[in-house]
Design a protein around this ligand. Sequence first.
Ligand code: PHE
Length: 558
Amino acid sequence: MSDETGPARPDASGTAATAAETAPPETASTKTAPATGAGLTRRALLVGVGAAGGAGAMFAAMGALGLAPESQDRDFTPPRHSDFSLTGRGAAKVVVLGAGVAGLTCAYELGKAGYDCTVLEASGRVGGRNLTLRAGDRLDELGGETQTAAFEEGIYFNAGAARIAAWMVTMDYCRELGVPVEIFVNNNASAYVYTQDMSAPLRARAARADLYGYVAELLAKASNTGALDRRLTADDRERLAEFLRRFGDLGPDLAYRRDSRRRGFETYPGVGEGVSVGTASSLRDVLAANTGRYVTMDFGYDQVMPMFQPVGGMDTITDALADAVGRDRIRTGTPVTGVRNLPDGVEVTHRGGTGEGVVRADYCVATLPPHLFARLPHNLGTPVTAALRTPVPVSAGKIGLEYGRRWWEIDDRIYGGASETDLDITHIWYPSHGFHSRGGLVVGYYNVEENAEAYTGLSHRERRNRALTQGKKIHGEKYRAELRSSVSIAWRRQPYIEGGWASWPSFDAAFDLLQRPAGRVYFAGDWLTHLTAWQAGAMESARRAVTDLHRRVLQATS
Ligand code: PHE
């Protein structure tokens, strides 16, 4: 594993945990709460701020002081209509490039204040990498074939974004937009762990019990024989031993109970005492199985339970955003061909509709993937182009496998969660919804980088066959035999997206440069945050762009 500072990879949450531990807390915080010093009442402060900065600044200050009514819980004050209507100023015209999560969030927040937004979207649909496929949906690939989802009614496949951590701003938007959410099971003891160093898959509960058990045993014994006396007092040692006995299920001799009930049962206890799955392998064999990476997947601050998903499909979020923006403001099938700063505005040229067109506006927010913007003709300067070229597009892929029978629930007692493996499929995800319904959809791979690239160049049929061959090693023949239909996505081959996400080799001056507008062009996207590959990143970045733009407009017209 590399020490990359970019986003953690889905198959390397160890990296995520490390990044989380080393990241300075709340670096991106926009907390601006002024200290109310002695003799200055909050009211007086607000009146002063209002006189100097107008209603927008006053509302911002009120928000910072926790006085403004806000539907969103977080440290952000969206621009308000009153910023203009109370002051006689007019809102500006903004052209937003891209109707993904960042673009829609920008247009939504600007729309609250009455900004006149037009969203230009290159593809035929809104949502970007928030993509849910259902029966009849078509999926086109660059230089590839077109697939059509042949799922049964009610089955869906979140081909892009699929999980939300509780702390993410995505949850606030779900609340505000009335998008119902349900639990996304990101950790399931009944799912499997399988590495090529193992003779057969093991339930995650057994793989965890063995690793935790032996680690606890080693530490308890080392501590008991005095090896840690330089670090531990007698009291420390006692407390540590008390914890390790629980953590590892150790016996009185401080050895891992190799027949620990935590490993699970072939037949679970009932009237009878149950039949255990058997005893753990030796420490050496457990280490040789190399399961460590796969039993710590959910340890990171962004992967830990509970996680969430919108009921009915992830695109419920982007659909709600698009409705709130106003569908008439969003022009799909309109790829941008050039962006120019003018002395008093911006000019965006595009294809689509009736052919070449031009949109002029006061400001632009560009949310295209950086590697695609870098290819556009523009007059924003070479440092901007160089900066846009710095984040590296990362391959990511998924396959949705539809089954007519929920065998993972019926045969395996797996309700949501994922099996983890070092095979090139990396994960098998089981649905977190529709339990006990008739059919369902399993994600047969969700892989990145080399593993994703191995599938990207294949036809859908080849991807499916390869995924089935791999998955069979965990689930047996039914995995192939019972398949109903399938759809696969290779994000590098998605038109106008061309990547799962884009990752900064380091958060350097190029990252800082693009946080600021280039003339009248602002940038936004998950790639401009420390939440790369999360919708929350796109939303946080959109809010930053909107805040900066709005502040500037209020200043310019004061
Ligand atoms: N958000 C994506 C996921 O949850 C990609 C990602 C994985 C980003 C792990 C950061 C950490 O799978």
